[in-house]
Design a protein around this ligand. Structure first.
Ligand code: PLP
Length: 391
């Protein structure tokens, strides 16, 4: 039987008992009046998490990748030019998805460990005097490298050249764990999923659109059917879905939003910051290095950590799993073998975070890493006990 240890992967997260219970509900009729009555408040509440008043939210069965596809196919046409930077595995996969949909993708290659390059975007946009670039794509939190990008800065770069391109942002691993301001940052399409900040099972792509993006749907000619905003929008307006909705996940989402609002979104963000800081002081105490190149890029939902020269991070994560039954994130893409990741998003407590740090520390010691057992945990303990407020 699988053990009950928490996972330290950067999503799916550990699911709080309250949300597991909320998803464990008997089938109910999605054409009954009570589903219709519950849907609109849910969509309105999601807007508070995206921080948009004028936008519209869609919940599709799927995952974050489905959200990418929905955002692209609803608003763009084959051959349309999009500008995007590659600085990790998820920005890479979004690029791949765009290419496979026949878009003309202008890629800016950036070192992994850096974030969305607002200055380079500004240069390319300024040079695009014919306005052939239809969209700029940015991954807010690059889960592969633990890098958080400055989306307001990207918007600033776009505004500087008065370029009309739309801004598409992947907030799969940032929404509901770090601040995201769709309206203030001028985001036209924001893509997320159920299994990260919302702490639910995987299975929903949660997408928010601006009115400008909705208008683009009318002329966009990429093939779409299942993810068509128009079908979903019309059905939602009538309180329903164009197909069978994932009732149990939607029930979980209601409870997730209730949990987030009870704590208060700003408190959720500061809790994530505290937990993440504890992990970062442990990393420093081990003498290891984060992939994120500078503190302004640090993610509060995941830390990607380089292993020392001569060590293989896959061996470390395998060992932690095989000997202690605890999962950590493996290195992805360019980071394979070079870095492991500690996911610290969702309902983690100080105590749970410490258990993860203690486990990876034991695993490193077992594999003869040049660390002293306990130093990372002690550093995190000091940080947590000096910053905690009574429960
Ligand atoms: N974007 C980011 C930043 C992610 O972290 C992930 C998944 O981890 C995805 C997109 C893809 O989402 P999914 O695996 O839910 O399809």
């Amino acid at each position: 039987m699988r053990n009950q240890n928490p996972v330290f992967i950067p999503g799916p997260t550990n699911i709080p008992d309250r949300l597991r219970a909320a998803m464990n509900v008997q089938t109910s009729d999605h054409r009954a009046p009570d589903f219709a009555e519950s849907l609109q408040p849910l969509l309105e509440d999601l807007k508070k998490v995206f921080k948009t008043e004028t936008g519209q939210v869609f919940i599709f069965p799927g995952s974050g990748t489905g959200g990418w596809e929905a955002s692209i196919t609803n608003t763009l046409s084959p051959g349309d030019k999009v500008l995007v930077a590659r600085y990790g595995m998820f920005s890479h996969r979004w690029i791949d998805l765009c290419q496979r949909h026949g878009l003309d993708v202008e890629v800016i290659e950036c070192p992994w460990g850096t974030g969305a390059p607002a200055d380079l975007f500004a240069e390319r946009l300024a040079a695009d005097t014919d306005h052939t670039i239809k969209a700029v794509l940015a991954t807010h939190n690059e889960t592969a490298t633990g890098v958080l990008s400055d989306i307001a800065g990207v918007r600033g770069a776009m505004d500087k050249s008065s370029h009309p391109a739309m801004l598409y942002v992947d907030c799969v691993s940032s929404l509901a764990s770090m601040d995201f301001q769709m309206e203030a940052w001028g985001v036209d399409l924001a893509v997320s999923g159920s299994q990260k900040g919302f702490m639910l099972a995987t299975g929903m792509a949660i997408v928010a659109t601006s009115q400008k993006a909705l208008a683009a749907v009318e002329t966009a000619s990429c093939s779409r059917c299942y993810f068509d905003f128009r079908d979903m929008g019309t059905a939602n307006k009538n309180g329903g879905y164009p197909y069978t909705p994932p009732i149990q996940l939607i029930s979980g989402l209601r409870a997730s939003l209730d949990m987030l609002f009870e704590e208060g979104l700003e408190n959720v963000y500061s809790r994530h910051f505290r937990i993440a800081e504890g992990v970062r002081v442990a990393v420093a105490a081990w003498g290891l290095r984060l992939c994120a190149e500078s503190p302004d890029l640090y993610s509060d939902s995941v830390s990607a950590i380089y292993v020392p020269e001569g060590f293989n991070s896959d061996e470390l994560t395998n060992h932690a799993f095989n000997k202690y039954g605890v999962s950590f994130g493996v290195g992805l893409g360019e980071m394979a073998g070079k870095a492991f990741r500690i996911g610290h998003l969702g309902e983690l407590t100080d105590v749970q975070a410490l258990s993860g740090l203690a486990t990876i520390e034991m695993a490193m010691k077992d594999l003869d890493y040049p660390i002293e057992l306990g130093v990372g945990v002690a550093a995190a303990q000091e940080y947590y006990r000096s910053t905690t407020t009574a429960k």
